[in-house]
Design a protein around this ligand. Structure first.
Ligand SMILES: Nc1nc2c(ncn2[C@@H]2O[C@H](COP(=O)(O)OP(=O)(O)OP(=O)(O)O)[C@@H](O)[C@H]2O)c(=O)[nH]1
Ligand SMILES: [Mg+2]
Length: 251
């Protein structure tokens, strides 16, 4: 029997943001009506925070650099029953999130992930796709979960997420979330989502250095024993080198 559940409007969407001024208007415009956008500004130098605030988002400032630092600051600032995550670079459409939340609210899953389906050649470079596939295989060996992607678009219950006590503050954060969810016996599902070419300059996937750092952080997560503390550096205040380069004028 297929039961239809109404979509709760008590949803906060965490949007980690580092220099995404050009993408923000599109992203915030796609947010489902009545949902709250929490834009976590991770030290942007392009006016992202002001643009987000001007467009009605709640802005949280997280000076400690790192994707995980930004996501976790958003989770701590959230208040709604359900929390979603979505990149803030216009590569993923937050308008698709109600179906994610419906799965959680309807009791069919505890964590829903967006499986990225690239819409154009340039949306997801081959090296990033290959790295992601390798990680999915490692995740399966480590947890038994059969996922085809470890995408950043997600939904879960806020309190349950907090109970996972995630410690990674860099690129390992999304993987750590899935590993700990699996260890806790969560039902993790994935839904296809179109993956669009990002707006603005690539910081991670489109650069070898960014990709290398992401793989490094994620391997560290997988190497950890269940319940173990993070290794040195996983929670460190490290500015990714590619971002340092950008700050130094390489842009
Ligand atoms: N790279 C990076 N992104 C951050 C950071 N803090 C917040 N973000 C945001 O996290 C989201 C994901 O980062 P992206 O740079 O899009 O990473 P990606 O999708 O793997 O790779 P590209 O889109 O090619 O750069 C974006 O919305 C960023 O603005 C940070 O310290 N580093
Ligand atoms: Mg991106």
């Amino acid at each position: 029997m297929d039961v239809t559940y109404s979509i709760p409007t008590t949803v906060d969407v965490v949007l980690p943001c580092l220099d995404e001024a050009r993408a923000l208007p599109w992203v915030l415009d796609r947010l489902p009506a009545g949902w709250r956008a929490i834009v976590v500004d991770n030290g942007s130098a392009d006016g992202s925070a002001e643009i987000a605030a001007g467009l009605g988002a709640t802005v949280v400032r997280e000076p400690r650099r790192g994707f995980g630092a930004a996501c976790h600051a958003g989770l701590l600032a959230a208040e709604a029953e359900f929390v979603c995550f979505c990149d803030c670079d216009a590569s993923l459409d937050p308008g698709l999130l109600p179906a994610f939340v419906a799965e959680v609210a309807g009791g069919r899953a505890d964590l829903v992930l967006g499986r990225r389906r690239p819409q154009t050649r340039g949306a997801w470079p081959a090296h990033a796709r290959a790295g992601n596939a390798a990680l999915s295989r490692m995740l399966r060996r480590r947890t038994g979960l059969r996922l085809r992607d470890l995408g950043p678009m997600r939904a879960a219950r806020r309190e349950a997420l907090l109970d996972l006590s995630l410690t990674d503050r860099r690129s390992g954060y999304p993987l750590e979330m899935v590993v700990r969810a699996a260890d806790a016996g969560w039902r993790v599902t994935e839904r296809d989502v179109p993956y669009l070419p990002r707006t603005g300059r690539s910081k991670v996937t489109g650069t070898w250095r960014g990709t290398w750092q992401a793989v490094h952080d994620m391997r560290a997560v997988l190497a950890r024993e269940p319940g173990a503390a993070p290794g040195a550096g996983a929670a460190a205040d490290v500015v990714p080198e590619d971002v340092r380069d950008e700050r130094a004028g390489a842009r």
